[in-house]
Design a protein around this ligand. Structure first.
Ligand code: B1M
Length: 219
């Protein structure tokens, strides 16, 4: 049944059928399907299919925006049903999208997943200059700073974050995790980040082991 619902949700996103998406989200909630699975296997796959159509020139920006908004609304609805772990048991994770980049679907999902694991998450939004990451991390006494980036053009902001921490004498104060479709493990290592996560599961695994061990993940 989940398989059918999941492909129905993916198709509703690709077809920009808001009513069908809303109805299927209702069905998923009523059936008690694991919301994390729905996010990973239905919504994420659906928006990625739209991305591919955009890349191939079959969809244009208005379709991309419409699909993103539909997914955001449905994920918001589903997120309300995910139980939060007990706050600040394990540490504080500050997350944002780098300056010049307004993509936030992946970042929001990572934030939600982390908050289900007993990690206190401070989400500072999108288009965040590096000093905003650092100032808020100091204010919130964060353990980890997470920077999301979807645009190749803005990936240097992640390097700037690591460099700026060093300039401000704070490099050892925070662990840094980078992620987002524009970057990879090699990039993360090259810029001196402490960790990289490709998806939700890795983001949770890396954050939890970093908090437990108090040291970085990358060789
Ligand atoms: Co844009 N966009 N977009 N877009 N968009 C991409 C990223 C793009 C690859 C599409 C394409 O051309 N093929 C391309 C970037 C190319 C590049 O630089 N390599 C692109 C472009 C070019 C643009 C614009 C410049 C388009 C334009 O204006 N001409 C513009 C930029 C605006 C800006 O930011 N300044 C733009 C705008 C938009 C919308 C506003 C329409 C919308 C975003 C809406 C929103 O986020 N609220 C949008 C969308 C939806 C996409 C695609 C289709 C989907 C992104 C997404 O949400 N994926 C995307 C194409 C694609 O990815 N195939 C595309 C689903 C999400 C769950 O995955 O965000 O990767 P993702 O997150 C993953 C992992 O990366 C990871 O975990 C998540 C779950 O697995 N992760 C982390 C993410 N952050 C993490 C942080 C971590 C750890 C893991 O730790 C801190």
């Amino acid at each position: 049944m989940s398989e059918e619902l999941f492909s129905g949700i993916q198709n509703a996103i690709v077809e920009l059928n808001e009513q069908a998406l809303s109805d299927l989200t209702g069905e998923v909630l009523a059936a008690g399907v694991n919301p994390v699975k729905v996010i990973e296997e239905a919504y994420t796959v659906g928006i990625q299919r739209v991305g591919k159509l955009f890349e191939d020139g079959d969809y244009f920006l208005p379709e991309l925006i419409a699909a993103a908004e539909m997914v955001k609304d449905s994920v918001d609805r589903l997120q309300k049903t995910i139980p939060k772990g007990s706050i600040k048991d394990k540490g504080v994770f500050l997350i944002g999208t780098v300056a010049g980049d307004i993509h936030d679907i992946g970042k929001n999902l990572v934030a939600t997943m982390l908050s289900t694991q007993g990690i206190k998450v401070i989400d500072i939004g999108v288009d965040c200059p590096v000093d905003k990451f650092i100032d808020r991390a100091l204010e919130e006494e964060a353990d980890i700073i997470g920077a999301s980036c979807l645009l190749t053009m803005t990936a240097p902001e992640q390097k700037k974050l690591v460099d700026r921490l060093r300039e401000r004498g704070l490099r050892d104060r925070f662990k840094v995790i980078v992620g987002g479709a524009a970057v990879d493990h090699t990039w993360a290592r090259d810029i001196g980040s402490d960790g990289y996560a490709a998806d939700l599961k890795e983001a949770v695994d890396v954050a939890l082991s970093m908090l437990a061990a108090g040291k970085g993940q990358l060789a």
